[in-house]
Design a protein around this ligand. Structure first.
Ligand SMILES: Cc1cc2nc3c(=O)[nH]c(=O)nc-3n(C[C@H](O)[C@H](O)[C@H](O)COP(=O)(O)O)c2cc1C
Length: 188
């Protein structure tokens, strides 16, 4: 059943970021789900500067190796899950910058969100991401994992999900598989 390729994007670059253990948990859940070949792009490792390409990304005329590497990873995916914090009630700049670098690579793909934060569970960030990808024909699904009070779920540096969070991950992955599969003919 692992017929679709899922890219999990770790979208915080802060030292000590919660994004890493949350992503590690989600990657394990995605592998156990069985519907996807799972790979990871850690934006701390991608190390993309603030957008430094001279041409509009729809031209795919990339001048920098970091862009070509990022393009290849996103281009190879059928579906993307962004693991995102909420900063100041919205999406962090790191995620927005990584999205803006590319164009065709996002087109006709399905996207899911794993967000986290305090009382808001990162939901405002998730909705900001939805708006940030709208112009790209990257289709966000409504089924999200939203984790409230994320720091209270950290045990010895690992993320310990609640039953609700685990169940939400399964629902997200099921729907993502369905939508990414349905969009496949459009991707050619
Ligand atoms: C600049 C900044 C702004 C933040 N703003 C919010 C916020 O608006 N809502 C929220 O729930 N948490 C907010 N937080 C707390 C984050 O949820 C918490 O620091 C989380 O660990 C950030 O994710 P990260 O560790 O993966 O970077 C903020 C943290 C930082 C550093």
């Amino acid at each position: 059943m692992s017929d679709l390729r899922l890219l999990v994007v770790v979208a915080s670059t802060r030292p000590g970021r919660v994004a890493l253990p949350v992503s590690q948990w989600f990657v394990d859940a995605a592998k156990a789900h069985g519907g996807f070949q799972v790979s990871v792009a850690d934006l701390a490792e991608e190390n993309l500067p603030l957008l430094d390409e001279p041409h509009h990304p729809r031209l795919s005329r990339y001048e920098h190796e970091h862009t070509r590497r990022w393009s290849e990873k996103v281009g190879a995916a059928d579906a993307i899950v962004f693991v995102i914090p909420e900063y100041n009630f919205t999406l962090g700049a790191v995620a927005k910058n990584a999205i803006d670098y590319l164009h065709h690579e996002w087109r006709y793909k399905a996207a899911g969100v794993v967000s986290y934060g305090g009382v808001s569970a990162g939901t405002r960030s998730a909705m900001a991401l939805h708006a940030a990808v709208f112009a790209l024909n990257l289709f966000t699904i409504a089924q999200q994992v939203n984790i409230p009070f994320v720091t209270s779920r950290m045990v010895d540096g690992r993320f310990d999900p609640s039953e609700t969070t685990e169940a939400a991950a399964t629902v997200l992955l099921d729907e993502l598989h369905r939508v990414a599969g349905a969009l496949k003919p459009l991707r050619g």
